[in-house]
Design a protein. Structure first.
Lengths: 750, 79, 238, 79
């Protein structure tokens, strides 16, 4: 111990300023001293700061996350590993997770988004699964904000640039614009992989004497303190204090992916984990914690890209495309041979020990010696104060009397279809390869993507959803709606949910109002998960999404995965042929609070989000799934932003063939705008042949799902009697080009 | 006036393209290659009265559009 | 017949080609590692799509130096059938086995969507199962698929009828909006003058089943199968 | 030895990137921009005994790998 922190390199001595700059509070520092029984050295301080950061330790969210149901018949691995795992039968499992890369993407949109994709891919293949599909959930500021087009095109090409190059199809996602995200965009990336049930790998370091092997790209000074950056709000200051931005290298990732999967066919591997946030430090410490062991690292052996890197930098670097693995003693050469084949570095950098210490050496001297538990289970946990904000009541007050119903509802419909949140997202997803791996049965453009599983009759359905505006107005209901909508989107293609993953994007947890939002959202999500029977198997929390004291809308995004037993029994949203009956599942209610219509047409974000009865929701979904499974349904599309009007329009115009018109008549009496654009939940528009109506009605009755025939497919117009009648070609033109025209209008094409 | 602009990744920022080219050159037998960095090269013709004016404008364009200050440095030559 | 599918570092579509040939067409297929030498006994070698070497310098530039490529060049010289898809097409152009080059899409964006191709010539081993003028619906997914050749080369391509497929609209007509990447003369794929090497940007392997939206891609592969059958018969009959 | 290599599209080959940059510069108000061409820039450090040796090697590398003669021209400077 005498040599701890000694030469060969100088470490700054620790003072209050250094402690603060590491994002540690005074209390936290005291605790470190207590645990160690001495002052930490600079390198150790760095290690604590990243491991105790919000990003790695979940210190503010842990107590709330416990609320979520994580068990279910299909769940093989819940939260706590690199990704969650569900059983899909035939000896196969689906491995999936979602991660945020919000802050880096705001600083450098292309690379930030690209490395976000890289990180989530590694989380999946580290478990032995081959990634077969990705999704992304994006939030940008107002379209009129000068930075939005730049950020949007950078993020989208970064996601494509990385995912396409690695050969994983991006099959869906969501995209939403609102002022609330002007200075804090959200980039959440989701990936799913398939593995054999017998061949799942975990991030664990077990067996004293086994080797720690570093594989992949070399280490540079990239993103040092990225994890602490993700745990801080933005300010002028932090923008100046930019760490070296991480640049993604998808080619190396692809090699790493293939090499790891090849290695996993053999029997050398004990555990494996990618070096994500907090790099080598967190991968080594987390693996040791899970294995109940210690680790010993020789930092002098780590392959470096830059000269004169200090142990501090080596431990904290967030260089991409790297993995740490634990191999059985004596199998090191087998590992090296495989990585050599793929032209990658594989270097033994340490070993597993019995002493439960995290130790690191540099040039022969011990530079870090910390009990592993101090970095994992003994990290601080906070139950932060939460309080409903003063203005919440006012926010929810919406006086519809004062809002005029537009005279020309057809024009209003067009306005909505053209608005960035509703317009077709084709400009985005045509930049993503969604065909590679030849599994894509339903490509982007539907409620959920459908990916067949080769060698079986089955398919998986994937979707990602969340509405921050609803959560802002009522976080509890918003939490419910995020889960309900995701499940409904799966139901619309005919899939039964297996599990979900989430990204919880919020402001600073040090604010009571934000903590209130957080706990409300989680309670809502929990209630929905329980009623709809969907366990949470993995997820990610991103706090500190705020700038100059203004947090974003509380924005949980939910990535949900469902199973279809027969791939050919699936549905798509668009109308199939003239003469089909149009049936509304669920009920229309007079609700406009939080709607896209209020925002776009009246500039109002107020009221309460739509009401929801989870039993009704369940009934509607079950009815839709069963009818699809029986082959009764020709198209199904749920209602979300823009309500009935927009949904019907999308049914008419979103297909690959020529648009089809529709004639609809509604029975309920209510204001025209609420009828057309209200966003009442638990509604699905399905079409079927007339002769199937009785069979369908039987299913609906049995499930307790309200239904009514509201019209018929056909003609060249979208006609909702007596409110609107617009040629579908016109609707298609505004909807299809909406996003691109706005982008061009801003004169940004780079 | 013709201006040549070189945009390169900052020192310390990973250059995957340079890395791959270096690897390729090595496997082609060029062991004498020690390091490769890859960047962008732009030639711009400008209609301005003076070198000074050109310099001012080009610097502005680089800061605004041509280089990404977060990861790139630039240099230029006026002919 | 025997197919070989080369795996370059950074390949993405090799499994798709393999599965399509093996499961949809019942063919004998093997993967070939780029660092190995090419063994004999293959009837058709496929260079699949993806991002060999990350496409970092130029698409296909580095892969053409993989050890296996010497064998491929020799194989092609002796009349063996070589099919390059997307990145494979780019590699064949870089290797000089096909004329021209593929440059950045005119839109500067990666583009992924279904396109229609018109089969321009049916007297090649890659198109003989199709009719001249037939439309095929295939996906494209590339950022650098804009075909370029200098005027002299282009003239030769026309004279020798080496343009095998063009981008067209659903009615079979060429038009700027049906040309997804700005390719010269709407060219989606060309063969060499020996007609035994063919490269195209669209992906037949991702259009091999109805459930995936189209099975028109099979036309390309079954052409090769038919051509090889014929060759074998001819060889057998002397 | 340090070598700087410039690889540019040949005249006659469409340069959509250059065009897009020119367009963007115009819409940012830089009307003085007449034309933009965009290419690649490589910096290679070489361990060779002489300038001559460097020149020889670099020319070879360019012909073989770094430029595609169908569409590109190259130029280099040895420091
Ligand atoms: N960022 C994105 N990446 C890929 N696909 C996207 C993205 N945003 C939207 N999409 C696709 O566009 C379609 C419409 O999206 P959305 O309106 O969010 O659907 P829904 O309301 O049913 O969830 C979906 O198929 C979705 O996958
Ligand atoms: Mg939907």
């Amino acid at each position: 111990m005498a040599r701890l922190g000694a030469k060969p390199y100088d470490q700054p001595s620790i003072n209050a300023e250094i402690i603060a700059s590491h994002g540690l509070s005074e209390d936290e520092y005291k605790r470190i001293v207590e645990i160690l029984g001495r002052e930490p050295n600079y390198t150790e301080l760095g290690v604590f700061s990243v491991m105790w950061s919000e990003h790695c330790s979940y210190k503010s969210s842990k107590v709330h996350l416990k609320l979520l149901p994580t068990d279910g018949p299909a769940v093989l691995q819940g939260p706590g590993e690199n990704a969650g795992i569900v059983d899909i039968g035939n000896g196969q499992v689906a491995v999936f997770k979602m991660e945020s890369h919000n802050h880096p993407s705001f600083i450098e949109p292309y690379q930030g988004a690209a490395t976000g994709v890289g990180g989530i891919l590694r989380d999946i293949f580290t478990m032995g699964a081959r990634p077969i599909a990705s999704l992304n959930s994006l939030r940008f500021g107002s379209f009129d904000h000068p930075r939005t087009p730049y950020l949007l095109s950078g993020v989208v090409s970064g996601i494509g640039g990385y995912g396409n190059c690695v050969g994983v199809p991006t099959v869906g996602g969501e995209l939403f614009f609102d002022e609330s995200y002007n200075a804090n965009i959200l980039v959440n990336a989701f990936t799913l992989g398939i593995a054999e049930k017998r061949r799942i790998f975990k991030g664990t370091a077990k067996g004293a004497g086994n080797s720690l092997i570093y594989v992949g790209a070399k280490t540079g000074r990239d993103g040092i303190h990225g994890a602490t950056m993700a745990s801080e709000a933005f300010s002028e200051e932090s923008e100046k204090r930019r760490p070296t931005v991480q640049v993604g290298d998808p080619f190396t990732e692809k090699l790493l992916l293939e090499a790891c999967l090849e290695l996993m066919k053999g029997h050398c591997l004990v555990g494996i984990q990618d070096m994500g946030a907090a790099g080598l430090t967190s991968s080594a410490a987390e693996m040791a914690a899970r294995g109940g062991s210690g680790v010993e690292l020789d930092l002098s052996r780590v392959p470096l890209r830059e000269r004169r890197m200090t142990p501090y930098e080596i431990l904290l670097s967030e260089s991409q495309e790297r993995m740490l693995l634990v191999a059985k003693k004596g199998k090191e050469n087998e590992v090296k041979r495989i990585f050599e084949k793929w032209d990658l570095d594989a270097v033994v950098v340490g070993k597993v020990t019995r002493d439960r210490l995290f130790r690191a050496f540099f040039d022969g001297a011990e530079v870090v010696r910390i009990p592993v538990v101090a970095l994992s289970s003994d990290a601080p946990v906070y139950s932060r104060p939460a309080e409903r904000p003063q203005g919440q009541d006012e926010l929810q007050r919406l006086d519809l009397e004062k809002i005029e119903v537009p005279k020309d509802l057809g024009a209003t419909l067009k306005l909505l279809l053209e608005s960035p949140n509703v317009a077709s997202k084709e400009w985005v997803f045509r930049q993503y390869d969604h065909f590679v791996r030849s599994n894509t049965v339903v490509a982007p453009g539907a409620d959920a993507a459908v990916i067949r599983i080769k060698g079986t009759d089955k398919a998986l359905a994937l979707t990602v959803d969340g509405n921050g505006r609803y959560c802002y107005l009522d976080p509890y209901v918003g939490g419910i709606l995020a889960v309900a909508e995701a499940a409904r989107n799966l139901a619309c293609v005919g899939a039964r949910p297996l599990g979900l993953t989430d990204c919880l994007n919020f402001g600073s947890p040090e604010r009571p109002d934000v903590m209130w939002q957080f706990s409300q959202v989680l309670q809502g999500m929990r209630d929905a998960c329980i009623t709809l029977g969907v366990p949470v198997v993995s997820g990610n929390v991103s706090f500190y999404n705020e700038t100059d004291g203004v947090p974003i809308y509380p924005t949980p995004t939910v990535g949900m995965v469902g199973l279809l037993q027969k791939v050919e029994r699936h549905a798509t949203p668009w109308f199939k042929s003239s003469g089909d009956l149009v049936v509304l599942l669920g009920r229309n209610r007079e609700e406009l609070g939080g709607s896209e219509y209020l925002k776009v047409v009246h500039g109002i974000v107020k009221g309460t989000p739509p009401w929801i009865d989870l039993r009704l929701e369940r009934a509607v979904q079950q009815c839709c799934i069963k009818a699809i499974e029986k082959g009764i349904i020709r198209s199904a599309h749920d209602m979300s932003e823009g309500g009935l009007g927009v949904t019907l329009a999308e049914c008419c115009i979103s297909g690959p063939e020529k648009p089809l018109g529709v004639r609809v008549e509604l029975r309920e009496m209510m204001r025209g705008d609420a009828r057309l654009f209200g966003e009442s939940q638990s509604r699905i528009i399905v079409t079927l042949r007339e002769k199937e109506l009785n069979r369908f009605r039987q299913i609906a009755v049995k499930e307790g799902a309200p239904m009514q025939v509201i019209g018929e497919v056909g003609g060249g117009h979208l006609a909702v009697h007596p409110l609107v009648r617009v040629p579908v070609d016109e609707l298609r033109a505004v909807w299809l080009g909406g996003l691109e025209r706005r982008l061009r209008g801003q004169g940004k094409e780079l | 006036m013709r201006v040549k602009i070189f945009v390169c990744l900052k020192d310390g920022v990973l250059d995957p393209q340079g890395k791959a080219v270096a690897h390729s050159l090595h496997s082609l037998g060029y062991q004498e290659v020690q390091d490769v960095r890859m960047g962008k090269y732009l030639e711009i013709s400008l209609d301005v009265p003076s070198r000074q004016a050109a310099e001012l404008k080009i610097r502005e364009m680089c800061d605004k559009l041509l280089a990404n200050p977060v990861i790139e440095d630039y240099r230029f030559e006026i002919e | 017949m025997r197919w070989g599918v080369i795996v370059f570092p950074g390949c993405c579509d090799e499994q798709d080609v393999y599965d399509c040939l093996k499961h949809n067409l019942g063919q004998r297929v093997e993967f070939l590692w780029h660092k190995d030498r090419l063994n004999g006994g293959f009837d058709c070698i496929v260079l699949p799509g993806g991002f060999s070497y990350g496409d970092y310098l130029r698409c296909g530039a580095m892969a053409r130096f993989s050890p296996i490529m010497q064998g491929v060049v020799e194989f092609a010289r002796l009349g063996g059938l070589v099919l390059g898809i997307c990145n494979g097409f780019q590699i064949l152009c870089e290797a000089g086995l096909l004329p021209g080059a593929l440059v950045r899409n005119a839109s500067l964006q990666f583009i992924c969507r279904q396109v229609f191709l018109r089969v321009e010539e049916s007297d090649t081993p890659f198109t003989c199962a199709a009719k001249k003028g037939q439309l095929l619906r295939l996906p494209i997914k590339h950022g650098e698929g804009c075909y370029y050749a200098d005027p002299g080369t282009l003239e030769r391509l026309h004279k020798n009828r080496q343009v095998l497929v063009r981008y067209v609209d659903g009615k079979g007509r060429t038009s700027p909006s049906a040309n997804p990447n700005g390719s010269l003369d709407h060219i989606a794929g060309v063969c060499n003058d020996g007609r035994n090497v063919f490269g195209l940007m669209p992906h037949p392997e991702d259009a091999g089943e109805k459930i995936l939206g189209s099975e028109d891609g099979l036309k390309i592969f079954s052409s090769v199968i038919a051509a090889c059958d014929k060759r074998e018969k001819r060889a057998w009959l002397g």
